[in-house]
Design a protein around this ligand. Structure first.
Ligand SMILES: Nc1ncnc2c1ncn2[C@@H]1O[C@H](COP(=O)(O)OP(=O)(O)O)[C@@H](O)[C@H]1O
Ligand SMILES: [Mg+2]
Length: 273
């Protein structure tokens, strides 16, 4: 399964994605690809991955075009919906692209990161979102077997949705900081996912300090999407990581593994540039 963590800055995306990655990697039968899609790269820091990583930056797309055998004018939707491209990438038997742009940090764990702002971004030739844009093609074309997991730690706020990357997730997990602003950001994100992209999502409420925090949440968010409530505290229990995985497993079982097909057409006019 592929899941992405979205939410307000400071809500706990990197903390929770690290938790889920560590929880999954304890089982030697699991194979995990962790993707740090935030240029602040807290996930990379949390996983103690070092910085000798071939970041996606703005070079990775050249190799991707070669691997996919597409030209300059290739469109995302055409690439992703072309049956010949299905399962082009793999974590367990890394293809050329995955091998080059991810680092093996444990026997069953690889890390991929968008990287810091490149010269092209700093000189205004490219928007910073371009650094991770090719994940829009990579995730849908990634072969995912039963024991394989991709955990994406996203950028803060609605920016994470506007890139279109969540179209490759089985589910977006929106981390909701238990504050007025946390709930506001969560609603902006879920509105876009639901009404624009038609993508599945769930909320996990984080940093709950007092019971009265829950009043605003229950008033503003649809409870059927809430996985659980995590208290404010030093350590987050493994049980929350397990609950997130079980929630997504249940969704896939009931709805099938139909990531991307509904929403990818939204990008039919976007080029893999
Ligand atoms: N349940 C929690 N209780 C207390 N502190 C938390 C909790 N979850 C996250 N934090 C802290 O909140 C801060 C922001 O978390 P982080 O995961 O970096 O957020 P994000 O990636 O969404 O910006 C960090 O200092 C982290 O340790
Ligand atoms: Mg973060």
């Amino acid at each position: 399964m592929i899941i992405g963590f979205l939410g307000k800055g400071g809500s706990g995306k990197s903390t929770l994605s690290t938790k889920v990655i560590n929880f999954l990697s304890q089982n030697k039968n699991n194979i995990i690809l962790a993707i740090d899609a935030d240029y602040n790269m807290d996930l990379l820091h949390n996983l103690e991955a070092g910085d000798d990583l071939q970041f996606l930056g703005d070079d990775a797309k050249f190799l991707m075009k070669i691997v996919l055998d597409v030209d300059e004018k290739a469109m995302y939707a055409d690439i992703v919906l072309d049956k010949n491209n299905a399962n082009k990438f793999s974590i367990s038997q890394p293809d050329e692209f995955t091998e080059k742009h991810s680092k093996k940090i444990k026997e069953n764990l690889r890390l991929m990161a968008v990287g810091p702002h490149s010269d092209n971004v700093l000189n205004g030739k490219m928007c910073s979102h371009g650094l991770g844009a090719l994940l829009k093609a990579y995730l849908p074309l990634l072969r995912i077997d039963k024991n394989e997991y991709v955990i994406v730690d996203e950028k803060a706020g609605v920016d994470s949705v506007g890139t279109g990357i969540p179209s490759g997730f089985n589910m977006s997990i929106i981390v909701v900081e238990a504050t007025v602003y946390g709930v506001k950001a969560a609603k902006q994100i879920s509105n876009l996912l639901e009404n624009h992209y038609h993508l599945p999502y769930a909320y996990i409420i984080n940093k709950v300090k007092v019971d009265s925090d829950l009043d605003i949440i229950k008033k503003e968010l649809d409870e059927k999407h809430i996985i659980d409530y995590i208290p404010f505290g030093e350590n987050i229990d493994d049980i929350y990581a397990e609950k997130i995985i079980i929630h997504v497993q249940k969704y896939i079982k009931e709805n099938g593994d139909n990531r991307y097909t509904q929403s990818i057409l939204k990008f039919k006019n976007n080029m893999l540039t």
